[in-house]
Design a protein around this ligand. Structure first.
Ligand SMILES: Cc1ncc(COP(=O)(O)O)c(C=O)c1O
Length: 391
C-alpha cells in the first residue's frame, strides 16, 4: 500500500449538494418562516424521542446549552463547578459566563474522561454542579457521577458535544444527567454547521429554558402567530439570544433521520482501525465501553513516545506529508494563558491530562471516509511507527 494521493481529511460532515437537506431547505424558504418556528418544534420533538428524554430545547450552540443549563441550575458568581481540563474551551468558558469558577480535576488515562474518584475531594461548600465531558463519544461513568451529585445535592450537567448516540448501561446519553448539552457544529456527528440542544426530564426547568433561550419572552413570534395573538408578549426574566432558527432545524431533521446510519459507518471504520492497529506496543488504542455504546465521534490513539525516536507533533507532521490529516484532542485548558491568569492554574496541575496531551493523535473519522482510506491510514501509521521504534 502506498501513500494516499488525495487528502484524507480528519473530519467531514455528511452533507452535500445532492442531499435531502437541499429539498427540505427549499420548502422552508418557500414557507418564508425562517427563524424559530414549526421546524424547530419538530426537531425538538424528534430529538427527544431519539434520546428517550422528556424535553429537548433547541439552541444556537452547545456552549449556549451548557450556559443555560448552569443558569437554570442556579449557578452564579462565586460558585464552583467541577469539570475536566481535558476538553474544548467551550466547556469551561460556559461556566465562566455565570461568574462561577471551573474547578478542574484530572482524568482517567484510558477513556480521557473526568475521573469520578477525584471529584469528591474537589467538592467545597461553594460547589453547585459537576460538568463531565464524554470525550470522543466514550460515555462517562454516569453511575458514580450521579451518586456523587445526589449525595452532595449538585446538578449533573453533561457536555455531550461528542456523546450524541452514546449509550451508558442501556440509557442514551442525554437521559441520565439533570441536563445534557449537545453540539451540531460542522464537525459533529449531527452536523448543521452551528446549533445545539439541551435535554432534561424536568417539566418546570424545560419551560424556563424555552423562555430564557429567547430573551426571557413568554411567547416567541411563531407561538403568537399560531395563537392569532400577534403582538402581545411579556418579559418575565433576563434571558439570552440563544434560539435556533428553522433553517438550522430543517438541516437538523435531515441529519437526525440518518444519524443511526452514520453511526453504523463510524462503528465499522473504528472496528477496522482497531483490528489493523492491534498488537503494536507503541500504540494504545481507544477502548469501547464495557456496558454501553461508543459514538465514535473521534478515534484517538495514544503513542508511547518514550519508545519512539519521534514525538507526537512530528508524527502528525509526517502523516500530513502523506496526505493524512490528523488532529489533537485536546490541549488541556490549564495550559492556556487565560485559565492560568484568571484562575491560577499552572503546568503540572493535572499530570494525567498533560501526559495524554503529549501522546494523543486523532485519526480521520467521519461518515464519508472510505474503508480503503482507513487501510491506507493504518498502513502509514504502522510503517512510521516501525521505523521510529528505539529498539
Ligand atoms: C467537548 C466540546 N464541548 C463543547 C463544544 C462547543 O460546541 P458548540 O460549538 O456547539 O458551542 C465543543 C465543540 O467543539 C466540544 O468539542
Amino acid at each position: 500500500m502506498t501513500a494516499s494521493k488525495k487528502l484524507i481529511p480528519l473530519s467531514r460532515p455528511w452533507i452535500g449538494a445532492d442531499g435531502p437537506e437541499i429539498a427540505a431547505l427549499n420548502e422552508v424558504f418557500a414557507s418564508r418562516w425562517l427563524s424559530t418556528g414549526p421546524r424547530t418544534g419538530e426537531f425538538e420533538q424528534r430529538f427527544s424521542e431519539y434520546i428517550g428524554v422528556k424535553h429537548a430545547i433547541a439552541v444556537s450552540s452547545c456552549t449556549a446549552a451548557i450556559h443555560l443549563a448552569l443558569h437554570v441550575s442556579g449557578v452564579t458568581a462565586g460558585d464552583e463547578v467541577i469539570t475536566t481540563p481535558y476538553t474544548y474551551t467551550a466547556t469551561s468558558e460556559a461556566i465562566g459566563y455565570t461568574g462561577a469558577k471551573p474547578v478542574m480535576v484530572d482524568i482517567n488515562p484510558v477513556t480521557l474522561n473526568l475521573a469520578p474518584a477525584k471529584v469528591e475531594s474537589a467538592i467545597t461548600p461553594r460547589t453547585r454542579a459537576i460538568l463531565p465531558v464524554h470525550i470522543a463519544g466514550h460515555p462517562c461513568d454516569m453511575a458514580t457521577l450521579t451518586e456523587i451529585s445526589q449525595q452532595y445535592n449538585l446538578a449533573l450537567i453533561d457536555d455531550a458535544a461528542h456523546g450524541l448516540s452514546s449509550v451508558y448501561q442501556q440509557n442514551m446519553i442525554g437521559n441520565i444527567g439533570d441536563f445534557s448539552s449537545f453540539s451540531f457544529h460542522a464537525t459533529k456527528n449531527l452536523a448543521i454547521g452551528e446549533g445545539g440542544m439541551v435535554t432534561t426530564n424536568s417539566d418546570q426547568l424545560a419551560e424556563r429554558l424555552r423562555i430564557i433561550r429567547h430573551h426571557g419572552i413568554t411567547k416567541d413570534a411563531w407561538q403568537r402567530q399560531a395563537q392569532g395573538d400577534i403582538w402581545y408578549y411579556e418579559v418575565t426574566e433576563q434571558g439570552f439570544k440563544y434560539n435556533m432558527s428553522d433553517i438550522q432545524a430543517t438541516i437538523g431533521l435531515c441529519q437526525l433521520a440518518k444519524l443511526e446510519k452514520q453511526l453504523a459507518i463510524r462503528h465499522n471504520l473504528a472496528q477496522i482501525y482497531l483490528q489493523e492497529l492491534a498488537g503494536i506496543p507503541e500504540i494504545e488504542l481507544p477502548t469501547e465501553p464495557l456496558d454501553g455504546r461508543h459514538a465514535w465521534h473521534l478515534f484517538i490513539i495514544q503513542l508511547d513516545c518514550e519508545n519512539l525516536n519521534i514525538d507526537r507533533s512530528q508524527f502528525i507532521r509526517e502523516m500530513r506529508a502523506e496526505n493524512i490529516e490528523c488532529g489533537v484532542h485536546y490541549i488541556p485548558l490549564h495550559l492556556f494563558p487565560y485559565y492560568q491568569q484568571t484562575y491560577g492554574y499552572q503546568a503540572g496541575d493535572f499530570p494525567i491530562a498533560e501526559s495524554a496531551y503529549s501522546r494523543v493523535v486523532s485519526l480521520p473519522m467521519h461518515p464519508l471516509l472510505e474503508v480503503e482510506d482507513v487501510y491506507i491510514v493504518a498502513e502509514a501509521i504502522k510503517r512510521r511507527i516501525k521505523s521510529a521504534c528505539l529498539e
